[in-house]
Design a protein around this ligand. Structure first.
Ligand code: CXR
Length: 173
């Protein structure tokens, strides 16, 4: 299973080419139907609108976010080895307001999940972003018994490895 936060394009660029490697929530039936859509209701109407929805930066419980929070309960049934791609370029790669941090990680259960492997998507190979302080919050949130690891992986290599089916999934990072 593959989770992500602020790395959607890189993750799907990879999983689209390497369907043998990972499943994301958007690969599930419900996730694929609603992926990328915006919608809202209007008071007094039973219709669903895809145009003219208000800006949602101030509204935490907007319908789209609420849907993904509920759908992310699929973390409950996740097992064995879990991978998550995070983005070094955002100020907190593990941000407590993200769905990954607030919904998915707390739902990973040590009775089913063995490892959480974070792939930190980096642009240049010079400093280790796996040392980012926000990852400390991740290890504190993680259920005791799940082994945590993190690896800095250049975005260019993720793209290249995605195009090389001869490389085994586990050997890309
Ligand atoms: O950490 P978040 O990432 O908030 O959420 C990403 C995680 C993923 O692991 C995925 O499983 O939550 C799930 N998820 C989606 N599958 C998804 N598809 C579209 C969460 N959000 C999804 N979106 C839209 O992207 C929603 O509108 C959501 C925004 C969150 O992306 P971000 O990169 O901040 O508000």
């Amino acid at each position: 299973m593959m989770f992500w936060s602020k790395t959607k394009v890189v993750v799907h660029g990879f999983t689209a080419k390497r369907k043998d490697c990972f499943v994301t929530l958007e690969d599930t039936l419900l996730g694929s139907v609603l992926d990328g859509l915006t919608w809202c209701g209007k008071e007094g109407s039973n219709d669903t609108f895809t145009n003219g929805c208000p800006g949602w930066s101030d509204c935490e419980n907007n319908p789209v976010r609420s849907f993904w929070i509920r759908a992310s309960a699929f973390a409950d049934v996740t097992c064995d080895n879990v991978t998550a791609m995070l983005n070094e370029l955002v100020s907190d790669p593990f941000n407590s307001t993200s769905i990954f941090a607030s919904v998915e990680v707390p739902r990973l259960n040590a009775s089913r999940v063995k490892n959480l492997n974070v792939v930190m998507v980096i642009q240049k190979n010079n400093i280790s972003n796996c040392t980012d302080p926000s990852l400390k919050n991740l290890t504190q949130t993680l259920d005791t018994g799940i082994t945590f690891s993190c690896k800095d992986v250049p975005e260019s290599w993720i793209q290249e490895c995605g195009s090389k089916p001869e490389i085994a999934c586990g050997a890309c990072w």
